[in-house]
Ligand binder design. Structure first.
Ligand SMILES: *Cc1c(COP(=O)(O)O)cnc(C)c1O
Length: 396
């Protein structure tokens, strides 16, 4: 097979991202009320765990998502940790999750004393493959008295984490049907998918609890931050309690009824979040327009496929992605090298989690698609501002 022509590829990307010398992968942008709100927060003196912006940010997120409860925390990993803990993940359990994704998901499982159990991903959504999940569970799972066990390890399987990779919704309906059959809860890792929708609902509102991230590279940022999203009042209550050191309500007394965490989002970060969230729709529109431009350009290039949003969903296109055609695996590193050398920041996917030392011995099903996607995937520059020149200003 002929090598992918990197010169043509660079020309194509440049035709969209422009001629600036360095094009970052994903840049945050503070062109709304960020300066005003952060200054207001500083002027008020309420920069830390008390203050009005945390509640405001949570309320605005609730409205944006159509969710009943949102609890803002220090980062997405902390949000995942509490989502898992409050969905019932305990010491010694297994949690099913994709191997293709960021290490934070597996780390959060480990913080509960549980271990990941990896299942394959699929190419259209880059999320968990429903067929592989059904196969794996039919092979290893036993449901006894409403509890699912791994027959091979004897461990309880406590939950499934669905990760919406790069902002594309995983196949929630298919995955939920399988989860239900095995009495498993779904936790959504929606860290990359704020603003994405599946069918007529925001991603992050399907699972028993979901995690969002507002790290500096995500679609909106609070510097560092995350949120727990749930429609379950009890989980919400517990999440608030555990994220604030499990302190019992009292005007002055510090007393705690269990081991809690210092996971509450500081007011300063929430002020930034309020300003950023007000621009979410605009960012999503710009990123979708950018994706559209990439899509059209890559349609003309052989050996490469642009990953567009799956059926029945709307993606925030957090990171735009191309997949080299099968047979072009050996071209990936040439593409990465050539683009980065020419000032276009591109990245491969994360090394699949089962190849990382802490997770080498975890249970897993066959992972052929995970390996294949990893060996062919390249993320492209995806900042919202790159889409701006294509957007009709009256349409956003
Ligand atoms: C960013 C991210 C996280 C973790 O979020 P932090 O805020 O960085 O802790 C978790 N899962 C996925 C898929 C992510 O992309």
């Amino acid at each position: 097979m002929p090598q992918i022509d990197t010169a043509t590829l660079i020309k194509t990307i440049r035709s969209i991202v422009g001629q600036e010398r360095q094009i970052p992968l994903h840049e945050p942008e503070f062109s709304g009320t960020e300066w005003t709100l952060v200054k207001d927060c500083l002027d008020s003196g309420w920069v830390s765990t008390a203050g009005e912006y945390v509640g405001k940010f949570e309320n605005n997120l609730k409205v944006a998502l159509g969710a009943k409860h949102v609890i803002a925390v220090t980062n997405g990993t902390a949000a995942l940790h509490l989502c898992l803990k409050l969905s019932g993940v305990r010491m010694g359990d297994e949690v099913i999750m994709p191997a293709l994704g960021f290490v934070a998901t597996a780390n959060a499982v480990s913080y509960c004393g549980a271990i990941p159990h990896f299942v394959d991903s699929e190419e259209t959504t880059m999320g968990l493959d429903a067929v592989a999940l059904a196969d794996r569970l039919s092979q290893v799972a036993d449901v006894r008295d409403g509890t699912c066990y791994n027959r091979e390890t004897g461990k309880r399987i406590a939950a499934i984490v669905v990760v919406h990779l790069f902002g594309h919704a995983a196949k929630l309906d298919e995955l939920s049907a399988i989860a239900e059959k095995y009495d498993l809860q779904i936790v959504e890792d929606a860290a990359e998918a704020l603003g994405s929708r599946y069918k007529d609902q925001a991603v992050g509102t399907y699972g028993v609890a979901s995690a969002l991230s507002f790290n500096g590279n995500k679609i909106i940022t609070t510097g560092g931050g995350g949120a727990i999203v749930t429609n379950d009042e009890n989980i919400a209550k517990q999440a608030r309690h555990l994220s604030t050191t499990a302190r019992l309500p009292h005007p002055w007394l510090y007393q705690h009824d269990e081991i809690g965490y210092n996971y509450r989002m500081p007011n300063l970060n929430a002020a930034l979040g309020c300003a950023q969230l007000a621009q979410l729709d605009k960012f999503v529109a710009e990123k979708r327009t950018l994706a559209d431009a990439y899509q059209k350009a890559f349609d003309k290039i052989s050996g490469v496929k642009f990953v567009s949003e799956p059926e029945n969903s709307k993606s925030n296109y957090w990171l735009n992605t191309i997949l080299l055609d099968p047979g072009h695996e050996s071209d990936r590193d040439h593409v990465l090298k050539a683009t980065n050398q020419s000032g276009i920041m591109t990245r491969p996917a994360w090394v699949p989690l089962h190849h990382n030392i802490p997770f080498i011995n975890c249970s897993r099903g066959p992972l052929p698609q995970t390996e294949s996607i990893f060996s062919r995937l390249v993320n492209l520059p995806s900042s919202a501002k790159l889409g701006r020149k294509f957007v009709n200003p009256r349409s956003v």
